[in-house]
Design a binder for this molecule. Structure first.
Ligand code: HEC
Ligand code: HEC
Length: 329
């Protein structure tokens, strides 16, 4: 009897040691992923972008239309503050980008003063930091290159990778990022201090297994970014650009599957590739993206049901472009 108990105890100790060893190994592997530093190219672009030649031409035509041609006015834009106009338009574009596509509010809060990505202690506590100029804000000293590094490469100012999923932002153009910066800088300051991400044991194992993505590992850190988003004149090309914000969940091939780093209760993302949507109509697509309903009218589950908050803000032209790309492939 004693021998049996002793045997059992020994087994428990051995299993315990093996598990502890496996955990120590997983922990060091996980933290190793986040300790690695990534050299990222240095970029520069204006904030805000100045008015384009087309915008200036349209403005000239608009002003000239209101003038008496005999009055001899040489510069119709004299007295027009083009810089203030550029700033105003950049902030409006940035607001639209965040409301309709780029999900910064989801984790950084609707006021961007700090929010929650995941708050589940066994997995971890991951808070989006404060992006305003208030107390606890982290971007007050940010250069344009710092913004590029964190948003389009998933790399923090100290060169280390982060779990902030930037996979949806990899093909954001310079102008879009500049517009987002203009919008963020124009926000009222919020005083809120958020702690840095803290991993729990389950989160460390998921990170070690590769079930939580580190964008820095997949981004191309030297490839030049596009200066502008593609023109809306070609809906397929423009739609492909817009649909890049769907890849974080639906995968780069858009074929769906389990969502990396997502809540374990979420269903796998659906297949929304060209062949899967072959029998869909534009109306079916709008119902999914704007009303959160499947083709058969049943409600879509979380987290797709959250996406309708964004889908409803896309312009008709953007919805059509996204649909054209997804449907025609
Ligand atoms: C899914 C959640 C999530 C989304 C979406 C998200 N972030 Fe973050 N972000 C985080 C987390 C978590 C951190 C803290 C990362 C860390 O310290 O490792 C962070 C950190 C940051 C930082 C500070 C980095 C530093 O260390 O100085 C900036 C700037 C930032 N995010 C900007 C953005 C912008 C802009 C967007 C939208 C284009 C965005 N984030 C979208 C979760 C998110
Ligand atoms: C946060 C993760 C997430 C994001 C981002 C996301 N989706 Fe989804 N999507 C899902 C999940 C999960 C489902 C499956 C929902 C269900 O089973 O009810 C889904 C389902 C769908 C469906 C329904 C497919 C069907 O067969 O019923 C469509 C259409 C769709 N998504 C389009 C998009 C588009 C377009 C985007 C980008 C603008 C997008 N999704 C972004 C997670 C996401």
């Amino acid at each position: 009897m004693m021998r049996a108990v002793r045997g059992l105890l020994a087994l428990v100790v051995v299993v315990g040691l093996v598990l502890a060893g496996a955990f120590v190994f997983a922990r060091s592997k996980a933290l190793g992923r986040l300790d690695k530093t990534w050299p990222v190219h240095a970029v520069d672009f204006p904030v805000p972008f100045p008015l384009s030649d087309d915008e200036l031409a349209a403005l000239r035509a608009e002003k000239a239309a209101g003038l008496d041609p005999d009055a001899g006015v040489v510069d119709v834009l004299a007295g027009v503050d083009v810089n203030a106009l550029a700033q105003e338009r950049a902030v409006a574009r940035g607001k639209h980008l965040l409301e309709s596509r780029y999900g910064c509010f989801d984790c950084h809060g609707r006021d961007l003063g700090g929010g929650t990505m995941i708050d589940a202690p066994p997995v971890g506590q991951f808070f989006g930091l404060n992006l305003t100029s208030g107390k606890g804000g982290v971007v007050s000293k940010y250069t344009v290159a710092d913004w590029d590094r964190i948003v389009r490469h998933g790399v923090k100012p100290d060169g280390r990778g982060t779990i902030m999923p930037s996979v949806d932002f990899l093909s954001m153009s310079d102008q879009e990022l500049s517009d987002i910066i203009s919008y963020v800088r124009a926000l009222p300051p919020v005083d809120r201090e958020q702690p840095r991400p803290e991993f729990g044991p389950v989160g460390l194992v998921l990170l070690a297994k590769g079930d939580i993505n580190v964008t820095a590992e997949i981004a191309d850190h030297q490839k030049a970014h596009e200066r502008f988003p593609p023109s809306s004149a070609d809906p397929k090309v423009f739609g492909k650009h817009l649909a890049q914000v769907c890849v974080g969940c639906h995968g780069r091939s858009l074929k769906g599957g389990p969502i990396a780093g997502g809540d374990p209760s979420w269903p796998p993302a659906a297949d929304i590739s060209h062949s899967a949507l072959a029998s869909w109509t534009m109306e079916d697509f709008k119902r999914a993206l704007v009303e959160g309903k499947r083709k058969d009218g049943q409600p879509l589950k979380v987290p797709m049901s959250f996406i309708t908050a964004y889908g409803g803000k896309l312009t008709e032209q953007e919805l059509v472009a996204m649909w054209t790309f997804l449907h025609e492939g």
